[in-house]
Design a protein around this ligand. Structure first.
Ligand code: ADP
Ligand code: MG
Ligand code: MG
Length: 883
């Protein structure tokens, strides 16, 4: 087996499609080398070694040592240096790199190979003693922190103390002697903490760092991250050992990060930050304020610090060129890391850049327009779930803005909530159903769960590439970072700005589009769905086979559904119309009636209201299909439940309180979900179904006259288990249709179908389809009845089930393909047997879940129906399923 893969000097043993073996970083370093780009030479120890390491009691393959030595020698040859050599030492970085970029893995160690002897050689060779000792103290800090477990704060304290003593403000004021003096103190600290000296042998240092990378694969942070992102443990991580280039060699040296396009907006312009005379992650660590790459960006930001374009023009030009080479080569926006050593540019990393949904859309559409990718590829480039971000509200431009601070617009969208100061509090608040803004000085990987729970994130420190910004963009959460005027006191749980103090629990609003932080809860607006969004959706619509409808009953929802591109209503829940203030009384009167005559009298009051509801829906939907479900929930849901309310209702209806209480008792059920509901109501009280059918038909006649478009209502019978049930309700509906036809003289076209939401109905689909003209799989109830789990009561055990791996995902969120899906498949097959052209759809939460949509495509449904908000997600998911 090959245990080491070298790269550098225009060639490499690996390439980009070897990510599984070399990790993302290693594979792309190899690819850049192959492209002839300036990459410091190095080698990658593949993930197979990690697998071996854990399979063999944390030991290495026997040949690894020799292979690493040989690779080091080769790198030495290319760089003209020698690892461990006292006179001309090769220094390296040790970088972890899994297949997917993974926070939680070991941090990179730079300048490895330095010791008391080699530091002097470096000083002499570079003719720069300050640079050499600056590098050495960085190395001791990093190595001690990530390999030896001596936290970096020890060294920061020593440095702070030293600066205070000497009256220094900035690190740049420290001389070579100062850094040399600090190195002595640092080493003393390590010896005191560990009881043994800081390792001086470069080989010991190297193997220590390699071991730490493999060890970090199993640390708690990495394990949590893998669990959250479903990354298998078996993947393992690779280790990259790479010769150092130095951004800290004075004013013509620098280090930086960049995106080939703006990751927030998608604008096609180089976007990033750099720092002169700096190393590694200084840019993202927020130690100094980074400088802009381009003059344009500098001017836009109003910064007086020179851009890279001005300060290092040659290196900038080269970088601009390479960014185009890489974007064209990978055919995607790239996230780049680079260093300039004495004017010469070196590339240290490239990968596809994380981006907001807004940027993803724009980039996909523009790359297709530029001919770099096809329209279909563009459709595949945008994560449907991430579209949620675009459907986020924005602050109403007319709203009053009490701006208390301004930070960086790190992740778009506006969010409002009450202040919390820790991730744990955010999580606890979310469980209570509260909306919070997580306010931190800065965030770290330990805060991820709180960031998930919060509506938005606000930090006092950190730039556009800080942890908070990057993670928030990935999650699609609004984020304002680096609001430097905020004084956050986590212990006291206060946030002070310009003399104003906010406490935990106070309301604030953040605008991740502008970076503004606002006092109070500010009114918001729905987003505009035009431009690239419309373009990409258009391409998606060309590809997809599934139709997408919405679950809607109010005119507002129906209009929103149409604006989101819904092709009809897949589920109109008539009971929602019954809860309206104007009609609940008539509904209660009906329920309280002792006989059919009483019920009919009450229903007569409801009829014109229902008719008006349907007429409005039909008008809005203009000839698109509308599926209306007959009354479904248990009747007692409509009755008053408190004594106070009962009294009020008794008064309004002119009946005794006792009568209401008695009816409530009669209707009480132990398991309402499995009780007197669905078609069971229509069978017991056919006059209810009759009234609803009449309202639908009369509205259809009126709507057709008004809009000139024929309306074809689809009337849906809920919760049937047997064909006999369906037949009874079907007969009521058809009889009503005949009556309406006679009265109006109009011929009605309509369909009567059913929900398939009980296992028995799925099993008996062949027989049921002889009557039912369409099926809509009600996968919420079907999941409940298949698992024997009540969704409303599942909270206590479903979470632990997912954590223990008993089930992979919550089956109420994403359809259980193996079980519930099997029933859907059976229902489809058997239904088609007796009615080959039967219309098949799905309604319920699953209709807007991309994985479930893919399943619906697979089994050949005609449409999915989901909440209006999720219609675009379903359209895109349906297209991707068809690609
Ligand atoms: P991460 O995965 O956290 O981004 P990296 O391995 O990319 O960590 O290292 C972080 C930074 O360290 C790089 O962006 C680069 O600035 C610096 N770095 C890594 N290797 C070298 C090297 N060989 N020479 C100079 N700088 C390096
Ligand atoms: Mg890092
Ligand atoms: Mg990196």
């Amino acid at each position: 087996t090959k245990w080491v893969y070298t790269f550098g000097d225009g060639k490499a043993e690996g390439k980009a499609d070897m990510k599984n073996l070399l990790g993302g970083k290693g594979a792309n370093l190899a690819e850049m080398s192959n492209l002839g780009l300036p990459v410091p030479p190095g080698f990658t120890i593949p993930t197979e070694v990690c697998t071996y390491y854990y399979a063999h009691g944390e030991t290495y393959p026997a040949e690894l040592k020799g292979d690493v030595e040989a690779a080091l020698a080769q790198v030495g040859q290319l760089t003209g240096k020698s690892f461990g050599d006292a006179a001309n030492p090769l220094l390296v970085s040790v970088r972890s790199g899994a297949r997917a970029s993974m926070p939680g893995m070991m941090d990179t160690v730079l300048n490895l190979g330095l010791n008391d002897e080699t530091v002097e050689a470096v000083a002499k060779l570079a003719d720069d003693r300050r640079f050499a000792y600056d590098s050495y103290r960085r190395f001791i800090t990093m190595y001690s922190d990530v390999v030896l477990g001596v936290s970096h704060h020890h060294f920061e304290e020593i440095l702070e103390h030293y600066k205070l003593q000497k009256g220094f403000n900035l690190d740049t004021e420290l001389s070579a002697d100062d850094w040399a003096a600090l190195v002595v103190k640092y080493k003393e600290k390590v010896a005191a903490e560990l009881g043994k000296p800081f390792p001086q042998d470069p080989h010991e240092q190297l193997w220590g760092a390699i071991g730490a990378v493999f060890g970090s694969w199993m640390n708690a942070r990495a394990i949590t991250y893998r669990r959250l992102h479903s990354i298998p443990e078996s993947w393992g991580t690779a280790v990259n050992v790479q010769s150092m280039v130095f951004g800290n060699m004075g004013e013509t040296s620098a280090t930086g990060v960049a995106f080939t396009r703006n990751p927030s907006t998608g604008e096609n312009a180089l976007y990033g930050e750099f720092l002169v005379n700096a190393q590694g992650e200084d840019v993202v660590a927020g130690i100094r304020t980074p400088q802009d790459l381009t003059e344009k960006a500098r001017k836009a930001a109003g910064s007086d610090k020179p851009s890279m374009e001005l300060a290092l023009p040659e290196a900038f030009k080269e970088f601009e060129r390479i960014s185009h080479v890489l974007e064209n080569h990978y055919r995607d926006m790239q996230d780049l890391e680079f260093t300039v050593e004495k004017g010469k540019l070196w590339m240290l990393q490239t990968r596809s850049g994380k981006r907001t949904a807004k940027a993803a859309l724009r980039i996909a559409v523009e790359l297709a327009a530029e001919g770099l990718i096809t329209e279909e590829e563009a459709v595949g480039r945008v994560d449907p779930a991430a579209l949620d971000q675009l459907l986020h509200p924005a602050i109403d431009p007319k709203a009053e803005r009490k701006v208390i601070a301004t930070g960086l617009p790190a992740s778009p969208g506006a969010a409002a909530g009450t202040i919390v100061f820790s991730a744990d509090e955010a999580e606890a608040a979310k469980e209570k159903g509260l909306k919070v803004i997580l306010v931190r000085v800065e965030t770290s990987p330990e805060d991820i769960h709180g960031m998930h729970a919060a509506q938005g994130i606000l930090t006092a420190r950190g730039g556009m590439t800080s942890h908070a910004a990057v993670v928030a963009r990935g999650m699609g959460k609004p984020c304002v970072s680096g609001a430097g005027s905020l004084r956050i006191d986590s212990a006291a749980q206060t946030l002070t700005v310009n003399g104003q103090t906010f406490k935990k629990g106070d309301h604030i609003t953040i605008d991740g589009g502008t970076g503004q932080v606002l006092a109070g809860e500010v009114p918001m607006l729905q987003p505009e769905l035009s431009g690239e969004f419309a373009t990409l959706m258009g391409w998606a619509d060309k590809v997809r086979k599934l139709k997408v409808r919405a679950n809607a009953e109010t005119p507002a929802d129906a209009r929103m559904a149409r604006s989101f591109g819904a092709e009809g209503i897949g589920l109109c829940r008539t009971e929602h119309m019954f809860f309206d203030a104007g009609r609940i009384l008539a509904v209660r009167e009906m329920i309280l009636s002792d006989d059919e005559a009483g019920r009919r009298a009450a229903l007569a009051k409801l009829l014109p209201m229902q008719r008006a509801d349907f007429l409005e829906l039909f008008e809005i939907m203009k000839g698109l299909p509308v599926t209306i479900r007959l009354l479904d929930p248990p009747l007692h849901e409509f009755l008053p439940h408190t004594a106070e309310e009962t009294e009020e209702v008794a008064k309004s209806l002119g009946v005794d309180v006792e009568r209401i209480e008695r009816r409530n008792k009669e209707l009480h059920e132990v398991n309402p979900m499995l009780g007197f509901r669905g078609c069971r109501i229509a069978i017991a009280f056919p006059e209810i179904a009759e009234m609803q059918a009449r309202a639908i038909f009369e509205a259809a006649v009126l709507a057709a006259k008004k809009t000139g478009e024929a309306v074809v209502p689809e009337i849906m019978v809920p919760l049937i288990a047997t064909k006999a049930e369906f037949d009874i309700v079907d007969a009521v509906i058809r009889k009503t249709a005949e009556a309406v036809e006679k009265e109006t003289g109009e011929k009605l076209t309509f369909q009567v179908g059913t929900m398939i939401e009980l296992p028995r109905a799925a099993l008996r689909a062949e027989e049921i389809a002889k009557g039912a003209e369409f099926f809509s799989f009600g996968t919420n109830d079907l999941t409940q009845t298949t698992f024997g789990v009540s969704r409303d009561d599942a909270g206590t055990f479903l979470g632990p089930y997912v954590q223990k791996g008993i089930i992979e995902v919550d089956p109420f969120v994403s359809i259980d393909v193996d079980g519930v899906g099997e029933l859907v498949k059976l229902g489809v097959e058997r239904g088609r047997k007796s009615r080959p052209d039967i219309k098949l759809g799905i309604c319920g939460e699953h209709g807007g879940d991309p994985a479930s949509v893919a399943f619906c495509h697979e089994v050949g449904l005609n449409y999915v129906s989901c909440s209006p908000f999720r219609v675009p997600i379903a359209r895109l998911a349906a297209a991707q399923a068809a690609l």
